[in-house]
Design a protein around this ligand. Sequence first.
Ligand SMILES: [Zn+2]
Length: 430
Amino acid sequence: MFWDRESETLARPALERFQLGQLQETVRRVAQRVPFYQRKFAELGIKPEDIKSLEDARRLPFTASADLFAAYPDGLLAVAADEPVRLHTSSGTTGKPKAVFFSRNDINNSAELMARSLVMTGVTHKDVLQNMMSYGLFTGGLVMHYGAERVGCLVIPAGPGTSERQLMLMQDFHTTAVHILPSYALYFARFLEQRGVNPRKDLKLRKAFVGAEPHTEETRRRIEEAYGIDVYNSYGLTEMNGPGIGFECEHKAGLHLWEDHFLIEIVDPVSGQPLPEGERGELVLTTLRREAMPLLRYRTHDITSIIPEPCACGRTHRRLNRIVGRADDMLIVRGVNIFPQQIERILMSTPQVGPNYLIVLEGLDDMAIQVELASAGFDGQVEHLSGLRHQLAEKFKTELYVRPKVELVPAGSLPVTEGKAKRVIDRRSL
Ligand SMILES: [Zn+2]
C-alpha cells in the first residue's frame, strides 16, 4: 500500500535530479540567510554555484551537534524570527538543548512523511493508533500524531501514562496499533501478563512502531512474540523532523529513508571521508525541503550502512540497516571498529551467559571481556568452562574480526551501577 505512490516509487534518475535541484536551492538559501553557513562557505572558499552535482555535496561543510548548541536559541534560522510555527528541542544530557524550528510547510512535510511511513506498514483510516510516546518538546508524540491523523486513524494521544490507563484505553477503544519505546513494550508485556490479559485474545492490537531507543533484532522478536503482532522499526532525530524520516515497510528489511526530503551520506566517523555504498559508517543527512532551519551534512553520530539492493515493495528510496550504535561509543581495537552493542548481541545470544559484562581495554591494544555466567544452568565443571570460553572467542573472531581474552566470572561478581551501565574501561597505554 502506498500513501504517495508517485513520490515513493520515483525512478532513481528522476529522484536524483529532484534531489540536486532541492540541494542547490537549500544551499542558496542558507548562503543568503544563515551567518553560520556564510562563514563556513567563506572558510572553504565555496559558492552556491559550485554545487553542480550530488557528488559536489561532499564539498559542503559538515554541521555538528556542537554547532546547534552554539547557535542556541535561534542562530540557525533561515526565515524571519516570526515565521516558524513550532519549536522542538532535543534533550541534551546537560545544560541547554538543541532548538529546532518548523515552518508551516515543515510541519506539513513531517506529517506527510509520517503518513507515508504508516501506510507502508499497512495502516489505514480504520486503525486506532495509541501514541504512547511523550508529547511535548520531544518530537515523538506530535509528529506521529499529525501523521496518523492525516491517514485518518483514530489517534489516542495517551502519552507515556500509567500502564493501568494505557490498558483501559486499549480495551475500551480497540487500539490496533501503538507507537511505543521498545523497552516500555517489553515492560508492558509483563504488566499484561501479571494482570492476566492475553494480548492475542483480549486486545485488538496488530502492530507496534518502535523507535527513539537503540535496540536489537532480538528485542523486536521478543516484542512480536510477547504480543503476537508485527513490530516495525522507526528512525528519526529531532534535528531532521523527528520520527518518520526512515521507516520499515512490510518486508521489515531495513529502513526506507525518504530521499526526496533528505540527502544521505555515509562517512568514516573518524576522518569524515565518504565511504562506498554498502560500507558501514556514520550517517550524515542534509535537509532538502526544510524552510525554517535547513541543515547541511548533519553528523547524526548514528552508525549504519546503506542497503544498495532495491526493495521488493517497489519503493525506490534506499534503505538503511538497523543502527548498530553511536559513533561516540565506537572502540577501535587493533585498527578494527567495534561497537559495544555488537559484543552484547553475541553474549546475549549465548544462553550460558548472564546479563552483566565488562569490556576492558589494556596494555598496548588488548581487549578482555569479563562475562558473568548465568546464575542457573551451569555445573561448574572446568572443561565446560573452557569450552564456553573457546566458543565465545570463536564467535568474536568470526563476527568482529578480533580475538579478545574472555574471562568467565561467577554471577553477581561484576560491579552494578545505578542507571546507565558502565560497560567499557579503557586502560590502554597507546
Ligand atoms: Zn520496502
